[in-house]
Design a protein around this ligand. Sequence first.
Ligand SMILES: Nc1ncnc2c1ncn2[C@@H]1O[C@H](COP(=O)(O)OP(=O)(O)OP(=O)(O)O)[C@@H](O)[C@H]1O
Length: 266
Amino acid sequence: MVNDIEVKDVDVWLGGRQVLQDLTFSVPHGEFLGVIGPNGAGKTTFMRLLLGLIQPQAGTVTVLGETRRKKIASLLGYVPQARHFDPETPISVREFVSFGLPKSFRPWLSRKEKKAVDEVIQKVGAEVFADQPIGRLSGGERQRLFLAQALLGNPRCLLLDEPTSNLDPGAQERLTALVDQLRKERDMTVVFISHDINLMARYADRILYLTHGHYAYGRVEEVLTAEVLTRLYGTPMKVSYASGEIMISMADEDEKAPPICVHYPS
Ligand SMILES: Nc1ncnc2c1ncn2[C@@H]1O[C@H](COP(=O)(O)OP(=O)(O)OP(=O)(O)O)[C@@H](O)[C@H]1O
């Protein structure tokens, strides 16, 4: 089995604090990796490592067999957190998506480039609003554009940093299902950061669960256990199920403590 991502003995310090400690695991080609954990746990830092934007103080990160940033960047697609556009932004969906094309000195698009843009717009189901200004789209529609942009480079590995934040539960589910479908169709490896454990439990092959300085990596059923979470949080934790959804709470204060991860019915 080929591993698309190999992380070995990685330490990262930022601002005098150790954010990632002794991280070691591999992600097999074509899998969906869900990255979860509390605020400030190091999820985006991990993604920045994969993108080659920061270097570890110790250890190695190999993505698609490459350790050199320039080589890696051309093989990756990146979808950022949901963001707003000014409603008056005078850029159409089609123009916005075309910004994902490799840089060209020509101010116009070739026929081949136009075809590629149309194809990815259609792939993400955005053809109905392709000629609208981007400022008038809903959050879920906007995220599809970032996804289309990322697909233009035909990435072998797609990295998504909380792409579903600020989306309603239905839009979260639809976007994640679309990413999973594209992963299968295009034979990509996916790394998806999310705060929604249940969403990740439904789609991820494996989970990287980061807490401040600690981590667990493995299949959903291996990671989301009371034993593993107790070790990660350093306090007794409980994993329970209600209507098929996973709830994680502190074991001592079950009745009073709110769940750490809120679930949404699909
Ligand atoms: N450039 C930097 N310099 C100093 N500290 C940093 C820098 N970037 C991130 N950090 C710190 O590293 C820690 C991890 O940040 P990171 O953004 O990776 O967390 P996260 O898990 O993605 O959080 P969130 O869920 O809130 O997005 C945080 O404490 C953050 O303040």
